[in-house]
Structures are given as C-alpha cells and as structure tokens.
Ligand binder design. Sequence first.
Ligand SMILES: *Cc1c(COP(=O)(O)O)cnc(C)c1O
Length: 393
Amino acid sequence: MRLSQTISNKRIYLSPPHMSGREMKYVQEAFQTNWIAPLGPNVDAFEKEIAQKVGVNEAIAVSSGTAAIHLALSLLGVGKGDTVFCSTLTFVASANPILYQGAEPVFIDSEPDTWNMSPKALQRALQDAFVNGKLPKAVIVVNLYGQSAKMDEIVSLCNVYELPVIEDAAESLGSSYKGKPSGTFGVMGVFSFNGNKIITTSGGGMLITNDKILAEKARFLATQARDQAIHYQHSQLGYNYRLSNILAGIGRGQLEVLEERVQARRDIFDLYYKDLSIVNGIQFMPELTDTISNRWLTALLINEKETGIHANEVIEALAKENIEARPVWKPLHMQPLFHDCKYFRHSETEDVAAYLFDKGVCLPSGSNLTPEEQSRIISCIKQHTNEMLVKEG
Ligand SMILES: *Cc1c(COP(=O)(O)O)cnc(C)c1O
C-alpha cells in the first residue's frame, strides 16, 4: 500500500469558502431589522467599506462580478457593431458581457512576466483597429490569479486613443500595483465575491469607480432603470442586479479579514515554492516587481520534457488522491464560443496564452488549507515528477 493511501484522503478543494466567524452578526442584524431585500444597511455599509479599502469614491454592490462587467459595458454605451478588447487568458465571465451587449470581442494575448495582457499585442491590435477605423469601445484588462497586469503600459496605450479601461479585478482584490490597490486603474473596476474568490458572499460582485455620475447610473440600471415617478415608469432598459442585504452582511464579515486572507494565500504560495521550485521543469507564476499579488491561486508550469509528465497527468494524479487541481484557464480565443473572434498574439511566433494553458496547473490555494493537506499535495506532485524521471532513465 502506498504511503499516500494510508493517510487521510479527505477531499481538498481548489479554493473553498473560508468564513471568519464575523459574518453572522451582520446577517442576524438583517433578519432582526427585516432588511431581507436587495438593498439595506449592509449593502450601503459594504459599499462604503470596499470603497474605503481600495480608495475610490464609489462602489456599487451587485449580484455577481459578471453583472458588474455587464453594467460597466452598458454604461460605456457598448452595443451592436462595437468591438471590445479583452485579455484572452481568463474565465469566460470576462468576455460574456461583451456578447450580452451584442458587441464583438477581440482577444489580446498574455506576456510572460505577469501572464496578463501583453502591451506589445495590445499596441498592434490598437494600431490595426485605428488603421481600419474600428477602435474598440472599451478594453477589459484581467489580473490573473491575483497578479496585476502591466497597468502603466496598458493604460498609457489606451490613453493615446482615449479608450476607457475596465479592470477585471475579480481575482485580485487585496493585490496592488506600484502601491495602488488593484481594481482602481481603469474608469471602472470589478470585484467578485463568488464562493471560490479570496473573500466571498457566496455570490456577489462590486463595480467601483471614482466617477459619481457613472456610479449613479450604475445603481439606476442595476435596479430595473426606474424613472422618478410613483407609478412604475421606464424609459431605458435596466437589470435586476443589486446584491441582497443578507449577502452583503456576509461580505462585511469577510472584508474585515481580507489582509489575513491575502497573507494566508501568500504563505501557501511560499511553501509550494520552497518545496517544488527545486524540481527540474517546474516554474512558478512570477510576481512583477513593485506589485503584490494576493496569490489567489498558486499557478505553476510543468515542462514535460524535463519532468517527464504533462500538466494534465499531474492534475489526474492529484485527482486520484482526492485533490482538486485545475489547468490554467483555457484561453478565450481557443474556445468554440469565440472561434470567429480576432486575436492578437504577443509576437508573430509566440502565443503565450496557449503555451501557459498547455503547461499550467493551479494548485489548491484556499486560505483554510492546512499544512498537512498542503504536504499531501506537494508529496503527490514530487512523487509523480520523480517517478516519471526514473522511468525515463
Ligand atoms: C470569477 C470571475 C469573474 C466573474 O465573477 P462572478 O462573480 O462569478 O460572476 C469574472 N472575471 C474573472 C477573471 C473571474 O475570475
């Protein structure tokens, strides 16, 4: 019997919720005051607390990160016939709202330093769009697994053409770029509080901005676009996107421990790094100088030539041990849903996102992961990378 089978085989999830114990107080307040509604004191307070935490004027609590992205596009007037640029290496939710608006996504490759939007690819895409008289209505920049994109380069390129940037910071709450909080670099930023994110409301999101007028319009659109009248009057298309007052209570209790959650995930990364970076052919997702990643998920690359094992086989081996690991997001330009969309590579010869997808693995990174669980994961990986090497020899 293998050693790994004699010890606990309890399921280890990729990124499960981690309650602080402070949530119930706010949830109970909601019940006691009967604010069981998509508005109320917890919603108002949660918005203020998030705005304060990242240093913006306005935060609008909504039912999901996807809804926040959709609102952002709607507020910028994105519609039929428009294009929107978007990072390719991301979850589908970054780009789906482009389709909701009847617009067309154009995907931009990653670069190797951050795994995020390549300024080189963006520049070529912008030049191409400019020459063809078809500049995008907006640019959606994603901060993958907590690592900020190269915001200085990206924002200044977008400024040349006066294009609004939407920062999809769904995975990067608590991270920073050159001392400035992640999510605050575009005209609007987006956070997600889905169950797997660094803090959660079970489901929820936040749109943030410094622009008071955009914030007012966002609240209006998110509550069915009700005109001011005692009867129900509507002159614009709206949505039912506001966050429940109960869930906002969970968010308040979670936000109080955000810094602890970031530290825990960074510690988990450090331990993986300490034990696995010595394996030939394993390379970790970098952290750009002057940035702090919340290390939402620890991601690494497995070079099959050196380790003798493909990333997907490592994921399978972990699955056999009841451990949930995942490939890096499948790039959106490779998804059947988007097969007609334009795509700009990092360079003529390099499709960085496709490379990262082929070799990338995301390891369990929940802030409640125990040292025992983490050593189960590490020894499984070591065992398989070494086992295969022996076979090769
Ligand atoms: C989770 C996520 C979203 C969507 O957030 P939801 O709250 O699940 O709708 C958007 N973009 C990225 C990059 C995400 O990881």
